[in-house]
Design a protein around this ligand. Structure first.
Ligand SMILES: [Ca+2]
Ligand SMILES: [Ca+2]
Length: 152
């Protein structure tokens, strides 16, 4: 007659529960990343509209500030804010994505962040048909470009 589960049975139950928990975490993370990807695409479409308004008003796109994404993001926000029609479009961006984490050249100007919390990069070389907006993606690393998201 049995009075208790064996140690082996216990280990199997714990392993199965741990496996199920891990699967739930992976699935939840994937759903979360899909939602954030949509958020990044929405952000790019809003910024694309603001860039078009900027171009209509000035005849050019905002210059790229330098090589540091955060600095580029801050300078882009500053430039887009300076044109009334662009500024109006910027107001559609969720407040959680507009943060002033540091001064990268322009004091007290916020930067634009992707849904994972990394400042966007903004690249524009005179002659380009349209500027490039880049999110570092879920891994928050621009150098690992597999999961990066761009507007073109
Ligand atoms: Ca800043
Ligand atoms: Ca990346």
């Amino acid at each position: 007659m049995r009075t208790a589960v064996t140690l082996v049975e216990m280990i199997i139950v714990v392993a199965v529960v741990a496996l199920l928990a891990a699967m739930v975490v992976v699935a939840a993370r994937s759903i979360d990343n899909q939602a954030k990807e949509k958020g990044a695409e929405g952000l790019f479409s809003v910024l694309g509209g603001a860039l078009e308004e900027y171009y209509d008003f000035t005849g050019t796109f905002p210059p790229q500030a330098g090589t540091n994404p955060s600095e580029n993001s801050e300078a882009l926000y500053f430039k887009l804010r300076s044109i009334p029609d662009s500024r109006r479009i910027l107001e559609k961006i969720d407040n959680s994505l507009i943060k002033d984490e540091d001064d990268y050249g322009i004091v007290d100007t916020p930067e634009i962040y992707d849904p994972w919390g990394t400042a966007l990069d903004y690249q524009y070389v005179v002659g380009d048909s349209f500027p490039k907006l880049i999110s570092a993606g879920p891994d928050r690393d621009f150098d690992k470009a597999d999961d990066n998201i761009t507007n073109r």
